[in-house]
Design a protein around this ligand. Structure first.
Ligand code: F0G
Length: 460
């Protein structure tokens, strides 16, 4: 008999989680103004809000925590991380920051000015926020295929090179500080970008004299998909693929809380000394001295180990198998999601699940609340609440896709948890046709509203 697959690790510490009753959850979600970010984590059974900062570290990472050097300047931990980043990505300069959006803040302070245009593939909300708060414009050049959730193609997160060329033709080079390629493409469903697309985007950018920035939160998962799906890469290592991906880029911002598998951390890495010199000054004002930039020495140590470990095939393979397993169960129950299963998450197609909920009622948020009520599972709306209002007209930007993201933390839940998630979705689907109303906004922030928005239920 062929032996079944098993994860290449065993578990050294566990944390208890508590189930609850539907009645309790009805009370808690109402008190949270129907915003899942407002729930106490104790009131959640399976937490799929994010895969960011929620992974389990390895024993080697915990050991590295104990030997962190907390010197204000020139800590050993800084040099350990610098060396690892140089080795993995090949960039000369690096600035640590406390997380990904801080890296964006520091780098964009140096590069983005009012009136600028920043094209890319589905900018993540903090990336878009940091562009728009500087009165610049993010232009989404993602391939149209990404919007068809049922279409199964291997690299659904790509940039449409012709759309990008049109942006470069329309605006002068001086107004385009860089192009941002997000790998994997989180907002389009954790979908990867092929090496070919990275290379072609890079060639196009450089032919117009525009630098290419890789938003790198899930770069290792992207490399895994290239290995698995792109011709010519099957026998290359994740580290070789990563080096090639970054050979086409000029700079990167990194939220280390995802593929670095640490609870907090981020960085900028780049080759331009000029940009590094300007960004350094913003780091000192916003984050801290340039050899710690918002991170404790122990955290830089754990990140150096995490980056090295998570650019090996085995941990990535275990993770992708788990996400794909959840996808397979959802297929069995007829739950529609962005196909194929993404790297870090399954994105359920809420418009298809809840066809009778009008767009003004926020279908993805409605589905997120239903799943919480069903089983205490916390997902995240990736739809029109997240999309914010148009910065000029202040109208709601109803997105083409209303998705409920079920992000899977790394090495945290077992396949039994996946089975509970799928069964809970099946139960929600059984009553979905009768759900005809959703929620309205009663309070919101002008930007990044989804974190703090307050909602009320629209009665039938
Ligand atoms: N870029 C991408 C592609 C991201 O997914 C995130 C964060 C960031 C940048 C910002 O990084 O959180 O460290 O400041 N994504 C998290 C998520 C929050 O849940 O997808 P951060």
């Amino acid at each position: 008999m062929k032996l079944p697959y098993a994860e290449p690790y065993r578990i050294k510490a566990v944390e208890a989680i508590k189930p609850s009753t539907r009645r309790q959850r009805e009370k808690w979600i109402k008190e949270a103004h129907y915003n899942l970010f407002n729930l106490a984590s104790e009131h959640v059974f399976i937490d799929l809000l994010t895969d960011s900062g929620t992974g389990s570290m390895t024993d080697n990472q915990w050991a590295a925590i104990m030997t962190g050097d907390e010197s204000y300047a020139g800590a050993k931990s800084y040099y350990a991380l610098k060396e690892t980043i140089q080795k993995i990505f090949g960039f000369e300069y690096f600035i640590p920051t406390h997380q990904g959006r801080a890296a964006e803040n520091v780098l964009f302070s140096a590069l983005v000015k009012e009136g600028d245009i920043v094209p890319g593939n589905s900018h993540f909300d903090t990336t878009k926020g940091h562009i728009e708060s500087r009165k610049a414009t993010a232009i989404d050049c993602t391939i149209d295929a990404a919007k068809d959730t049922q279409l199964e193609i291997p690299f659904k997160g790509e940039v449409d090179v012709e759309k990008l060329r049109a942006v470069f033709e329309r605006y002068p080079k001086e107004r385009i500080p860089f192009c941002v390629l997000t790998i994997t493409n989180n907002s389009a469903g954790g979908q990867p970008v092929s090496m070919k697309n990275i290379r072609e985007t890079s060639e196009l950018c450089h032919s117009y004299g525009i630098p290419l920035l890789l938003d790198s939160a899930r770069f290792a998962e992207n490399a895994y998909f290239i290995k698995k799906r792109e011709a010519g890469y099957g026998s290359k290592t994740i580290k070789q693929i990563t080096r090639e991906m970054y050979s086409y880029a000029d700079m990167m911002t990194m939220s280390a809380k995802k593929d670095g598998i640490v609870n907090m951390g981020g960085f900028i890495a780049l080759n331009s000394k000029e940009v590094f010199e300007v960004a350094k000054r913003f780091c000192i004002s916003y984050e801290g001295f340039i050899t710690y930039g918002g991170m404790a020495g122990r955290d830089m140590n754990a990140l150096a180990v995490g980056l090295d470990e998570n650019t090996e095939f085995e941990p990535l393979d275990a993770r992708m198998r788990q996400v794909a397993y959840l996808g397979k169960l959802l297929d069995r129950y007829g739950v529609p999601y962005q196909r194929p299963a993404g790297g870090h998450a399954i994105f359920i197609d809420a418009k298809k699940c809840l066809p009778n909920v009008p767009k003004e009622h926020f279908a993805a948020q409605t589905l997120a609340i239903e799943l919480y009520l069903e089983a205490g599972i916390r997902g995240c709306e990736i739809g029109s609440i997240l999309a914010d209002r148009d910065p000029v007209t202040r109208e709601n930007r109803y997105s083409d896709l209303e998705l409920l993201r079920l992000a899977i933390p790394r090495r945290v839940y077992t396949d039994n948890h996946m089975a509970v998630i799928a069964a809970a979705m099946k139960n929600v689907m059984a009553r979905a046709k009768n759900i005809t109303t959703g929620y309205r906004i009663v309070e919101e922030a002008p930007i990044l509203r989804h974190f703090t928005v307050k909602l009320e239920k629209i009665e039938e």
